[in-house]
Design a protein around this ligand. Structure first.
Ligand SMILES: CC(=O)SCCNC(=O)CCNC(=O)[C@H](O)C(C)(C)COP(=O)(O)OP(=O)(O)OC[C@H]1O[C@@H](n2cnc3c(N)ncnc32)[C@H](O)[C@@H]1OP(=O)(O)O
Ligand SMILES: CC(=O)C(=O)O
Length: 536
């Protein structure tokens, strides 16, 4: 790897494709796995654990197709367990499948907690030691580099220290090249992990030590970093921390901490800014919701909302950011709300291209209007387009593209199966009357529900004047009841997101009537689009 040769290198071992797929709801096809492997290689991890070839046809196919990858940085690894207690290495199908995977590196998991040997394997402790040594030796004889995943290492050490260390020695005697200490149940604490890592380094000097932690006590990242501080040279984990139960150690946080806080080298020079894109790519491929609050790579990780924070970050980002968003490929965002102050408004206005002085009196009026609107239930955090329109209103720069004269919406549903007749589902119809340039347009449309009907009737009315509205789509629509104690008389907030294929924007409406709230958000969305097209 390029870069400063003096920096200590920590090997990054990614198991998203194996332990990651042990997470609830995280499923990847063979094609998905190949795509993720490609991205991981591009990010620059050292090892990619592709799966357990002895487990299922999908993982076997992945290794069969791995040649398509042409990896530039990473080495592909196959994963499996020690041979079955009733067999020998030569006639164990799992070991045969590991050889069949054709990788230069194999990670072999073996029991190192006596309780597991007795209860789960149901064999004498000595037999497990032989299974470990013989399995590792068998693969090593086939010129495979073997990493030994010492399952339940930290729990084993607590209960029967001699035996757990004997398991590591058996792996070392078999020829293992790295002893990976696993916090399989995820319950260890950083101090315990550090102490145990030091113990292994003293007991088996000269052998590389790795760490593989789970997040059941929310400590997987801290435990991994503690092991590195105590001398571990390999960290296993997954992108976004997906994995069995509460997940694995999150490599996104680990890689960033190693590089930005510990002065160590985890990725090739210049690759750290690929982190955010990689994290989002993996979630998207697995059809998972992104976690906004994920450290380093989440959308909120560098999103500032408090007025005092925004004011300070404008002067010096380090005042409220522990690292710079650019370092990990993320963006800084300012969220507009009733917690904002003048600095936040000024920043937003300048982003809109407005030339306002720091002490412009309009800033106070904008802030007052913002706080009054939020008090009525409007939120501008996810409705930045509505906030831009608010700024324009306060400055008297608002342009009227159309005026509503009237809208009516009705939904019609007939009873089903009366006298054997099958009635159609509910049908919604909207009529809209708008005034544009002194001309009245009166249109009607049916829709998939009343809001859709209203949206369609409105566009139909306006398209003749503004053909560019044809490229605009409503991409998200959310309704929230604001005062549930009032039952059906409660006020509602509608947030909509629109897109024209080039950009996305959010608008908001609030009313006791869901259609009126929807109208406000829809009309602001159209207003914003027309204004943007005119000024760009
Ligand atoms: C800590 C970890 O995350 S390790 C990885 C865990 N991942 C997975 O389990 C996913 C992939 N697993 C699988 O596809 C299947 O479980 C297989 C193919 C590995 C095994 O399937 P099966 O043979 O049907 O067994 P099953 O799933 O019930 O597992 C229990 C068997 O594995 C044996 N076993 C468990 N751990 C080990 C080990 N480290 N070494 C040898 N044998 C082991 C048990 O003794 C038991 O054998 P028995 O059925 O003869 O009593
Ligand atoms: C090997 C592994 O996945 C574990 O011990 O958690």
């Amino acid at each position: 790897m390029a870069g400063n040769p003096d920096k200590r290198v920590v090997e990054i071992y990614d198991t998203t494709l194996r332990d990651g797929t042990q997470a609830a709801g995280f499923v990847l096809s063979v094609d998905d796995k190949l795509k993720v492997a490609q991205r991981l290689d591009h990010l620059g991890v050292h090892y990619i654990e592709g799966g357990w070839p002895g487990s299922n046809p999908r993982d076997k196919q992945f290794f069969a197709r791995a040649g398509e990858l042409r990896l530039k940085t990473a080495k592909l690894v196959a994963f499996g367990s020690t041979h079955h207690a009733n067999r020998r290495p030569e006639n164990d199908q799992n070991l045969a499948d590991l050889l069949g995977a054709g990788t230069d590196v194999v990670t072999m998991v073996g029991k190192t907690w006596d309780r597991h040997v007795t209860i789960q394997l149901g064999v004498p402790l000595e037999r497990n030691l032989a299974m470990i040594a013989d399995s590792v030796a068998y693969l090593s004889r086939h010129h495979i580099q073997v990493f030994f995943d010492a399952e339940h290492f930290f729990d084993g050490l607590k209960h029967n220290r001699e035996y757990t260390l004997a398991c590591l020695k058996a792996a070392a005697e078999g020829g293992a090249k790295c002893l990976v200490l696993c916090d399989t149940n995820g319950g260890s604490l950083p101090g315990q992990v550090a102490e145990a890592t030091r113990l292994v380094r003293q007991t088996l000097p000269g052998l590389a030590v790795g760490v593989h932690t789970h997040n059941d006590a929310e400590l997987a990242v801290a435990n991994s970093l503690a092991a590195v501080e105590a001398g571990a040279s390999q960290v296993q984990g997954t992108i976004n921390g997906v994995g069995e139960r509460c997940g694995n150690a999150n490599l996104c946080s680990i890689v960033a901490a190693l590089e930005l806080k510990m002065g160590l080298r985890a990725l090739p020079e210049g690759r750290l800014p690929l982190l955010t894109d990689t994290a989002r790519f993996v979630l998207e491929l697995a059809n998972q919701q992104p976690r906004p609050f994920a450290p380093y790579v989440g959308r909120a990780a560098f999103g500032h909302k408090g007025g005092l924070h925004i004011s300070a970050v404008e002067k010096d980002p380090a005042l409220y950011e522990h690292v710079s968003p650019e370092a990990v490929g993320n963006d800084r965002r300012y969220l507009i709300s009733d917690l904002a102050g003048k600095a936040a408004i000024l920043r937003k206005a300048r982003d809109m291209g407005l030339d306002l002085a720091d002490n412009d009196p309009a800033l106070g009026r904008m802030l007052e209007e913002l706080k009054a609107q939020e008090n009525k239930g409007y939120v501008y955090e996810a409705a930045e387009a509505s906030f831009e329109l608010l700024i324009n209103r306060v400055l008297g720069r608002e342009k009227t593209y159309f005026q509503l004269m009237d809208f009516r919406v009705h939904t019609h549903k007939e009873a089903n199966n009366i006298l054997g007749c099958k009635a159609p589902g509910p049908v919604s119809e909207a009529t809209v009357m708008v005034l544009v340039d002194g001309r009245v347009r009166h249109t009607a449309a049916v829709g998939n529900g009343p809001v859709n009907a209203l949206d369609r009737a409105m566009r139909k009315a306006l398209l003749g004047f503004y053909p560019q509205l044809a490229e605009m789509q409503l991409v998200d629509y959310k309704v929230r009841v604001l005062s549930s104690a009032d039952g059906t008389a409660a006020r509602v907030r509608v947030l909509i997101e629109s897109s024209d294929g080039r950009s996305r924007w959010g608008t908001v409406g609030v009313s006791f009537d869901v259609l009126e709230a929807s109208w406000q958000a829809l009309s602001e969305s159209i207003q914003y689009k027309l204004q943007q097209d005119e000024t760009s």
